[in-house]
Design a binder for this molecule. Structure first.
Ligand code: FAD
Length: 329
């Protein structure tokens, strides 16, 4: 069988946006994704989660997210990504869990169990959700531990004592909703940095765009605007905060100090790079024909957001297109 021109690993928003640009340029691309259906990480977020911006600020290249009144739930994004795949006839094979990518003379071999695909280029768009991060702390916690990656909503916590660790958006949102059903201690390393109540995720996206453009012009990265705060004050968060139910407690130095039935780590993620880690040096590809997109600031400002990933996907698609000797459009 002749090799593919491009294989994209990961069928979340970053992988689909990249495939969109590749298909426009006539590049033969196959997406391999380990989920049972479309949606990437959005399939796994907790039931009450909504976007922190409206649909106008949550668009992938080519087709606007269908309207929703207010902040859309994750199911709206999953539906959007499913329809996006269909609309652009993106070939996605699932569930396929890629174990390892091997660099060979004229490209790469992509291995998944006893199957493999030959390809001239590889784009890793594997996101972060499958690599939740938990900091190492001394001591012992006797209760049950969770991560926001597998937080199932309030039910298992009703009437219990819950420690929530993490001072960013997921920590604030999970702690806020739990205050209605449980005794919550919200541990943060520094006092919560609330964004002004009247703004939402839009301002973060605008800042990301400024950063992307500055870097593209060869100017220094202006960085995130720390004066703005980093917790978007969604309605549930505001309610709990203003009622005094959501108050931060300084982070403990040892798990022995946590007196609770449950401990929920809202401490973020790391890029899920296991299949290609051996092909990277200082986080960058060692060989031509291997590319990364999505997954947070390490692959460019805003590349972990729906709207923000578009320019990064276009840039990577341009490079892939050039690498296979075609003309980007
Ligand atoms: P993913 O969606 O994770 O897609 C990667 C895909 O690759 C997944 O399907 C994964 O299972 C698969 N994969 C991984 N490894 C392999 C492998 N070895 N083989 C095959 N497949 C593999 N963004 C916004 O724009 N607005 C918001 O309001 C917003 N809110 C957020 C709230 C929370 C709580 C979180 C966690 C994120 C939020 N984001 C938001 C950020 C962002 O949109 C998501 O993190 C987004 O899912 C990143 O997309 P991605 O395509 O890079 O990765």
């Amino acid at each position: 069988m002749s090799p593919h021109e491009a294989i994209v690993i990961g069928g979340g928003q970053a992988g689909l946006a990249t495939a969109y640009y590749l298909l426009r340029a006539g590049v033969d691309v196959l997406v391999l994704d380990d989920q049972d259906g479309p949606g990437g990480a959005w399939r796994h977020v907790w039931p009450s989660l909504t976007l922190f911006s409206t649909t106008d600020f949550s668009n992938l290249p080519g087709w606007l997210m269908p309207p929703f009144d207010g902040f859309p739930p994750a199911s709206h994004v999953v539906e959007y990504l499913a329809r996006y795949e269909d609309r652009y006839k993106i070939a996605v094979e699932r569930p396929v869990r890629v174990d390892r990518v091997e660099h060979v003379d004229d490209g790469y071999l992509v291995h998944a169990g006893d199957r493999h695909w030959s390809t001239r280029t590889v784009v890793a768009a594997t996101g972060t959700w499958s690599a939740p991060f938990v900091p190492t702390l001394p001591g012992h916690f006797a209760g049950r531990q969770w991560h926001s990656a597998n937080y199932p909503g309030v039910e298992p916590f009703r009437g219990s004592r819950v420690a929530v660790v993490g001072g960013a958006n997921s920590g604030a949102q999970i702690a806020a909703e739990l205050t209605a059903v449980a005794e919550v201690t919200w541990y943060t390393r520094h006092p919560p940095r609330w964004m002004p109540d009247e703004v939402d995720g839009r301002v973060l996206f605008a800042r990301n765009q400024q950063r992307f453009l500055a870097i593209g012009r060869g100017e220094p990265d202006p960085g995130a605007d720390s004066s703005l705060g980093d917790i978007v004050v969604l309605p549930e968060v505001r309610r709990a905060r203003d009622q005094g139910a959501l108050r931060a407690t300084p982070m403990v130095g040892s798990l022995d100090e946590v007196d609770a039935d449950h401990l929920i780590w809202c401490t973020g993620y790391r890029p899920a790079l296991r299949p290609i880690r051996h092909l990277l040096e200082d986080g960058r590809p060692r060989f031509p024909g291997l590319f990364l997109v999505g997954s947070g600031d390490w692959s460019g400002p805003g590349s972990a957001t729906i709207t923000g990933v578009g320019p990064h996907a276009r840039q990577v698609a341009r490079e892939v297109t050039g690498a296979v000797g075609k003309q980007a459009r």
